[in-house]
Design a protein around this ligand. Structure first.
Ligand code: TRP
Length: 333
């Protein structure tokens, strides 16, 4: 679905792993949608998935720093903490407790088939795959269902997790009582998969991403070394020319035009001209977001208040849902 007709009927949950700053793939994949929906009055929950960070690393990370960077990105993009609930996994015990009954509702074979998890394992630098790597999509179902969200704005790679969430909701309701959980729907944006500057999926860990926080010069440098091809005539052809097309899409999103219109404007001027158009479009689009981000970054105490209040709200909601789950499971002692 791509339109929300009655905002009051929707509750949105979405979120990110605190592994670094958010990039344009996140922004056009989901962040922009969150802010738009918040603007029309949909209730918004944003999870900072700090337990999910543990899926693929052996060493302790600067989690506090990453969490704060994420809050900065949210505020800069326009998430309003007076209306939205921004919280971290680890601060909401009742959410995490939902993992146990949810795990009982899925098979090991189902978990092993998840294409996103398979891809992450293939790209992981770890020698062994942790149990959390296999089960985090179930934990993600708890993120979504603890607040009974019915709409989840995500990128395409998250669709298997959402399908699993729907399965868990359905099986829970079948086994323990109808109507405890909604079956949430995905809300895909126009740009579910933006490629990074090396032509593979834009990703923090691949060093190919343009972050919201990056300066204009850094952005120019990244785009300058982006992969293209040797055909001087610029055309939008996602299957045949994925790298050029992804750059066109990026410019189009920033300029609010279609990728083909952007391509027509460049014509036979070649990759250098394309990169100039993309750089200007991105830097102009991000300028106000970057300015807001710098301003929020000066007030760390405010960031911590945003998180403390969000965590309190999330805990109250999770406690209510867990009480309902325990009653449905007949484990209310
Ligand atoms: N798995 C998501 C990612 O890697 C982050 C995430 C955690 C999430 N919990 C979620 C997204 C719940 C949507 C809903 O980006």
């Amino acid at each position: 679905m791509d339109t929300v007709t009655d905002p009051t009927r929707h509750r949105i949950l979405t979120g990110d792993r605190p592994t670094g700053r958010l990039h344009l793939g996140h922004y056009f994949g989901t962040l922009q949608n969150r802010v738009r929906l918040q603007g029309i009055g949909v209730e918004l929950y944003v999870v900072i998935a700090d337990y999910q960070v543990l899926t693929d690393r052996d060493v302790a990370d600067d989690l506090t720093g990453h969490v704060e960077e994420l809050v900065l990105d949210y505020l800069a993009a326009g998430v309003d903490p007076a209306r939205a609930t921004i919280f971290t996994h680890s601060a909401v015990p009742a959410l995490n407790q939902l993992l146990l009954p949810f795990l009982s509702l899925v098979s090991v074979a189902e978990l092993g088939r998840n294409p996103t998890v398979k891809d992450e394992i293939a790209h992981s630098r770890q020698s062994a795959v942790s149990g959390l790597m296999f089960t985090y999509p179930v934990h993600q179902a708890a993120d979504i269902l603890f607040c009974k969200a019915n709409l989840v704005p995500v990128g395409q790679d998250q669709l298997p997790h959402l399908e699993l969430t729907r399965t868990i909701a359905r099986r829970f309701n079948d086994r323990y009582g109808a109507g405890v959980f909604p079956e949430p729907e995905a809300l895909l944006s126009k740009a579910p998969l933006l490629l990074g500057t090396d032509g593979t999926k834009m990703s923090k860990s691949r060093g190919n991403a343009i972050t919201l926080a990056a300066g204009a010069d850094e952005t120019a440098r990244l785009i300058k070394r982006a992969k293209t091809d040797t055909d001087r005539h610029i055309s939008y052809d996602p299957a045949g020319r994925p790298e050029v097309s992804s750059l066109l899409l990026l410019a189009a999103l920033c300029l609010d035009r279609t990728p083909s219109q952007v391509a027509d404007g460049i014509g036979a001027a070649g990759s250098a001209a394309l990169k100039k158009v993309v750089t200007e479009a991105v830097n102009e689009y991000l300028a106000p977001i970057r300015a807001r981000r710098a301003e929020y970054a000066r007030d760390r105490a405010h960031l911590r208040t945003v998180l403390r209040e969000g965590n309190e709200r999330a805990r109250a909601v999770a406690d209510t849902t867990l009480a309902e789950v325990r009653a449905a499971m007949n484990s209310h002692y």
